[in-house]
Design a protein around this ligand. Sequence first.
Ligand SMILES: Cc1cc2nc3c(=O)[nH]c(=O)nc-3n(C[C@H](O)[C@H](O)[C@H](O)COP(=O)(O)O)c2cc1C
Length: 170
Amino acid sequence: MSIDQSHSLETIAALSSKITILFGSETGTAEEFAFDLGTAVQSQDYRCEVGDFDDYQSTKLVDESLVIIVTSTYGNGEAPYNAEEMYNWLETQEPDLSSVRFAVCALGDTGYPAFAQAGKDFDRLLEENGATRILPRFEVDACFDESVEPFIELVQGWLVEHGQNYKKAA
Ligand SMILES: Cc1cc2nc3c(=O)[nH]c(=O)nc-3n(C[C@H](O)[C@H](O)[C@H](O)COP(=O)(O)O)c2cc1C
């Protein structure tokens, strides 16, 4: 392969990269936040998909470019049911996520001692497995009707600065 061909393949790879938003949710709040974020990002012409952890094969994570996790917390600081498989995979398989960028929006209720713990743990596991954090973890007390809007603005701000690769072709 010539250098020119290799460059054009890199360009194609960069152009085809997308933002993947995954949600962990039991009663729909984190799911709603994830779709709000996805809609806001898509309306600015970024390529973006929103998905339920339950419908997502964990091993695909290694091939993602930018993953945004929006998750609530259950039990005593545990991940919601639909996020358990991903959580266990990250913890036990220690995948190489060195080519993945990520951000986490952690929902919870400050009335619980382990506030937003599932989001905190995803944030830690992604970093421990080599992924690059693009924004500090964002925590929301959804039981006090705190909004996801400030997180959406942070993501949009990051995309303006660094996210040209995720824009749809004009
Ligand atoms: C049985 C139960 C256990 C919970 N445990 C925690 C917890 O340990 N830490 C926390 O921050 N929030 C906890 N929560 C609060 C939820 O994370 C919060 O209500 C969240 O907004 C639910 O989001 P979802 O609708 O996306 O599932 C718990 C809620 C319930 C009903």
